[in-house]
Every structure is written in C-alpha cells, then in structure tokens.
Design a protein around this ligand. Sequence first.
Ligand SMILES: [Ca+2]
Length: 283
Amino acid sequence: MGVAGPGRFTLIVAIGRRQDGHTTSGTVGIELRAGGVVIASTVLEDPAAAIAPDSWFDLVAVGSVGPGDLALGAALEVRLTMTGSPQAQFDDVRLRYAPLQPLTVPNASFENPVVPPWTFTTANNWQTSGPANSGGVSAGTIGFDAALDGDQYLFLNLAGFSGVSPHLATSVPFTIGAVHPGMYHLTVAVGRRTNANGATDGLIEVDLVADGTVIAHAEVQNPRDTYAPGTWNDLTASGVVEPGSPLVGEDLTVRLTADEDTSSTQAQFDLVRLRWVSYGPAP
Ligand SMILES: [Ca+2]
C-alpha cells in the first residue's frame, strides 16, 4: 500500500449483513495505521441491526497526516476488527489519498527587500508591532552561519533589546487568501542565534488566524535552552476548518509572536510554509 505521505486519507470498506442471521450484533471497525499511529478509524455498532439483510454498507474513516507526524513515511496498514459473534463480513477495501497543497505566503522567506548586513528594514508583505527597526529583515549571517532558506530571516527585538514584548509579525491582510474548509498545516523555522542573549528564554508562538479566531497554534517555550545555538528548528501548527464553519471565506493571516522572559533578547523566523488539504465529506 505504500507509505504515509502528508495529506488526507479516506478509508472505505463495505460491511455486510448476511441473509441467514450470521452477522455479529457487536461492532465492526476499520482502521488505517502507519508507524504505530492511527491515522483514521471508525466503528459501526450492531451491523446485524444497522444494515438491511443481504446487503452491504460503506463504512468511511477520514484522517490526515501532517508535517512532523510520527506516521509520516511509515508503511500504511489497514486493520479490520470485530467484537461479538458469530461473524463479521467485509469487502471492497478502498483507500484514497489527497496530498497537502502549498498555499502561497508572499515573502515567506523574508528575502525582500534585500538588505546589507547590519542594515534593518521592514519585511515586504509583513507588519510588525514594535518601534521602527526593532523588527524586520536581517542578513542570515548575523547570529547564524546562514538563514535557513535564502539569504535573510525575520527578526523581532524584545523589550530589553529596543523592542516590545510580546512582539508580533503578521502577514499583511488579504495577501494569502480566504479560508476554505480543510486541514491546515503552518510550519515556520524558529531560529536560535549563537549568542545566548540573541535568543529569547520566553515564548515563541506560531498561529494561523482568521477573523480573530486561531485555526492552528504551536509554541515553543524557552528556545534559548531548547534549541542548539546557531540552529533553525521547524515549528508546525495544525488545525481543521469544518465545512459550514463561519470562518469559511474569512481572510487567512499568519501571526508570529515572540515574548521575553528574563532578559534582553530577540526572536528569529524563516521560511513560512502553509499547506492545506480539503477536509470535507469523503469523496
Ligand atoms: Ca529566508
């Protein structure tokens, strides 16, 4: 069956009810797994009552695999289960896969505008909440061997370092697009400068927001001590917008937040990746 890629999986199995009464009144279950992780599962109670005699019923389980999930890259496995007696009947196992699709985040790698080292300016397509020049693009060689991607990253200075705490960077409104029903995965690289006072010991948060509501959230506490000096570390936030949600059609916004705990610090971000897969009714 192959391995689990990032995206949505739909497992469909026909469940039978015999005409002669030999179908369990317990439960039947279907499950998709990879790497010991359950990706999708569902159970049908009492098929001897739920299904008409001498017929079949499609049982559907939907789930998804996102960046960083333990299931990613592991071999897919389908399990069919039953409880009770005397027998359960299964047929026509179908597995469908819809891959995650990238959504464009303008200036996602903070490469514009181009700045010489030790020159700072606001990143195109992003807004920051601090005073002038306390947040924006920086040459990748400051505090690192290089940016994670390209030549520049985004920095946010905190209160003890001529900035504010919390300090926010948000995508400019109406630059990413509207919310569609589905599962969203937002991945951002969080930096940890080589010098200890260049990395915050406070909180870093990554959010996907629409109309003031958080769709997906991830955070790391104390990157100064959590991450190795001079490294970039992916943080992924995942969330689902259900069909019919009032958020559908609202403006998608990426929000990066840095806070300070005890001392003069800065936060760094690079390579914002936003991916989406439809999570509506099973096809
Ligand atoms: Ca970059």
